[in-house]
Design a protein around this ligand. Structure first.
Ligand code: BGC
Length: 755
């Protein structure tokens, strides 16, 4: 029993460990002494092992592999050379790997088990961009909590979320994972998600450590092509990209993930300015940074590191603490330390950070605390969770257009034609990051409509959207020529009182590596919609997509449009409740919808430029397109309701830098409805040019039929300033426009002066 002395020592170290908390500052951390003791008995190899994260691509419960990569991973678990695993799920599987780490390795340090629980584990919430449309922070917190509870019940203790990358370019498939284009809304949502995942106490076996990603700049991948280079100026970096990360950190997020992209020529993974200078030094982050998948190795094809050794050295020096699936730390770091190229202090710092989070999770108290078979059965897929994701799904729907109040539909006596492949699709609503969701398990639109049996429904697909099976790792094949179902769809539509066109993207058309250069309706759907509109113009487009699409034709020709995104397990039920008015839509767009792909990137918080207005006549010398308006089709913050809200009585006053804004919002309709009241500022003249509008506050509130509510906002220095090009936060005296309204295109505003 050669391990006994170490186990005894460890028992002593761990025994002193009573209670856990999620302190975010190392000086307050109760674990530092224990970490010191543990570090003092770890070999260099064991320390580097803590910095190594493996993907669990094999069935742990199957026979132990004798050769190949899986056998090597088992072997390294036993040697204490693995600090974390990802993609090992389920109590049985997690228990088995944890057992090897804890009971067979020399020091028995528990693993931290990571997983991409992005919008649900088995019971799926809407995709994050859809949830962002709710502008309902408590609902988003709750939805994140539901996912965390299920993942934690399946043995996971760390989620690679929230993704807080700003998305201004709908060509980039990963906009579905984020909160849209605005740093303030993005920051608020990041806070809600961190609270939802981590709860009050990280050591609670039903919470997860959050991982804020991708640090930083990934959302600005040039031309929306995934993994592409990112070149942004300091003003955009400090004012647009970084604020949601900082908000998540201030909310207590315990880990960060770096990114695949380079930022102004330096890969994020080897970027000391981002990880050391800003994150760890300036912001005082004392958790750890994990690389993105293989991103340490990818510094070689980036043309930044000449070989694996250089990549390891750059990454660890820059502050990447854990290597996800590059194998480079394990292969290279020991030699680099022994040769003096890498200071062992860097290794100690990384390991200290990793151990700190393991302590906070309570893994040293009980490495199996997330592994409880009863809890797994009870919690995953519970009725409470199903109701929770249904609530979230309803709140995520955005009513883009409703000419002639065609919606809500009557519940009785209507002949309704339902057209489109996605109407019958039980898989797409689950989205791309589907964790352990069961394929084809979402409620389809056709199923949801059955909850309203007073109408008759006739379904005709019209055309297949995709050809063949779909998978997370392969391209989706789109039907571009089989129109054989068109005739039947036209016949069904012609005989209906109203047509529901259920169109959009397959669930695997957005997400990682799913960039598109054409963001119209894919395949034959545009053509189908035009054919149907000819035979029955009384139609509603229900657009199920993972990104803003170009809906210009629909906007000009279809009276009502509902943006439903990929809504998760309860999709069809939520959509039906909105269509029939049992839920009054309250969503607002977190991302602008363009008029054409040529407008991208497009976002509401644009700057004025030196030539903002037409000079008059036909003169061309101003900032515009010759062939299209500068405005988006639907702006950020836009979203209608079955109620009708009017704004009046804007009052703005200030005492020094404290500003009070109030406005009366009246629900002019006969049904109660929720409105998101949005406040924007414009710093008119500043030492660094500022956007024409910046969201600084919002409130979502229920207003009863015929009622007026006065909404008051308080602003202070935290809202009035900006980051200069050195990253200093400053507030400059001068005039500010203050706008309030139900969308970013509001013109209800007034001016104040700040000293
Ligand atoms: C993604 C990350 C994700 C990781 C692990 C990468 O490809 O960029 O967001 O967390 O894989 O699955």
């Amino acid at each position: 029993m050669k391990n006994i002395p170490f186990f005894l020592l460890l028992a002593l170290i761990f025994a002193c460990n009573s209670g856990s908390n999620s302190s975010s500052s190392s000086s307050e951390s109760p674990y530092e002494e224990k970490i010191d003791s543990l570090l003092s008995i770890m070999t260099l190899e064991e320390k580097i092992g803590q910095m190594n994260q493996y993907n669990g691509f094999w069935e742990i419960t199957g026979p132990t592999p004798q050769e190949g990569a899986a056998a090597m991973k088992y072997e390294n678990l036993r040697k204490g050379l693995v600090g974390s695993m990802l993609n090992v799920t389920g109590v049985e599987e997690v228990r088995k790997v944890q057992k090897i780490a804890v009971e067979e390795s020399r020091l028995g340090i528990p693993l931290i088990i990571g997983y991409d629980m992005i919008h649900g584990f088995q019971t799926m919430s809407p995709i994050p961009l859809a949830e962002a449309s709710s502008w309902d922070m408590e609902a988003i917190r709750r939805s994140s909590e539901i996912g965390a509870r299920e993942a934690a019940a399946a043995g996971i203790n760390w989620t690679f979320a929230p993704m807080v990358d700003i998305g201004r370019d709908a060509r980039w498939g990963r906009v579905m994972e984020g909160a849209g284009e605005d740093p303030y809304l993005g920051g608020q949502i990041a806070i809600a998600r961190v609270k939802g995942y981590q709860g009050e106490d990280l050591s609670d076996p039903l919470t997860l450590a959050a991982c804020v990603k991708h640090f930083a700049g990934y959302g600005f991948s040039e031309s929306g092509r995934d993994y592409n280079s990112v070149d942004v100026g300091t003003s955009t970096l400090y004012n647009i990209i970084l604020p949601p990360f900082k908000a998540a950190l201030d909310a207590g997020a315990r880990t960060f993930m770096n990114a695949f992209n380079d930022l102004n020529g330096i890969p994020a993974t080897g970027n000391a300015f981002l990880q050391r200078e800003i994150l760890k030094e300036k912001w005082g982050f004392d958790g750890f940074v994990v690389s993105d998948w293989g991103s340490i190795a990818e510094m070689i094809p980036h043309g930044f590191a000449i070989d694996s050794a250089a990549a390891a050295s750059y990454a660890v020096t820059a502050g990447s603490d854990m290597d996800m699936e590059s194998y480079i730390y394990l292969n290279e770091l020991k030699k680099l330390v022994e040769s003096g190229e890498v200071d062992e202090k860097l290794i100690d710092d990384a390991v200290r950070r990793i151990l700190r989070i393991k302590y906070e999770l309570g893994l040293f108290d009980d490495p199996y605390k997330y592994c409880n078979d009863e809890r797994e059965k009870e919690i995953i897929g519970s009725e409470e969770h199903i109701q929770g994701v249904l609530e979230m799904a309803k709140k995520s729907i955005v009513l883009l257009k409703n000419e002639g109040q065609i919606l809500p539909l009557k519940k009785e006596g209507m002949r309704i034609a339902v057209i489109g492949d996605l109407a019958d699709d039980k898989d797409s609503p689950i989205g791309n990051w589907r964790a352990e969701a069961i394929s084809n398990s979402a409620v389809s639109v056709l199923e949801g409509l059955q909850n309203y049996p007073g109408n008759s429904y006739q379904y005709a697909k019209g055309a297949d959207l995709i050809l063949g099976p779909t998978a997370f790792i392969t391209e989706v094949k789109i039907n571009t020529d089989d129109r054989s179902g068109f005739a039947e769809a036209k016949r069904v539509a012609a005989n209906a009182d109203v047509v529901l066109l259920i169109l959009g993207e397959n669930g695997f058309q957005s997400g990682e590596a799913r960039s598109r250069s054409d963001i119209g309706l894919p395949g034959l759907q545009q053509e189908l919609m035009e054919e149907i509109q000819k035979v029955n113009p009384k139609s509603v487009l229900v657009n199920m997509s993972g990104r803003p699409l170009d809906l210009s034709w629909a906007d000009a020709n279809i009276p009502a449009i509902l943006q439903v995104w990929h809504l998760g397990s309860q999709s069809g039920n939520a959509i039906a409740q909105v269509l029939f008015g049992d839920y009054n839509p309250s969503g607002k767009l977190p991302m602008s919808f363009p008029r054409s792909v040529g407008q991208l990137p497009i976002y509401y918080n644009q700057k004025s430029t030196g030539r903002p207005t037409p000079p008059g006549g036909d003169v061309v010398f101003w900032s515009h397109y010759s062939d299209i308006s500068n405005d988006p089709l639907y702006p950020f913050g836009h979203g209608l309701s079955y109620s009708n809200f009017t704004y009046s009585g804007l009052k703005v006053s200030n005492e020094g830098r404290k500003v009070t804004v109030s406005v009366d919002v009246k629900n002019e309709s006969e049904r109660p409805g929720e409105e998101v009241i949005q406040l924007y500022i414009h710093d008119i003249v500043a030492s660094v040019t500022r956007p024409n509008k910046e969201l600084k506050a919002f409130e979502k509130t229920l207003i009863e039929a015929g009622q007026t509510r006065t909404i008051t906002f308080e602003l202070d220095e935290r809202h009035l300033g900006f980051y200069d090009n050195q990253g200093n936060y400053i507030v400059e005296p001068g005039a500010f426009d203050i706008y309030v309204g139900g969308s970013s295109n509001t013109s209800l505003g007034t001016q104040i002066s700040i000293q």
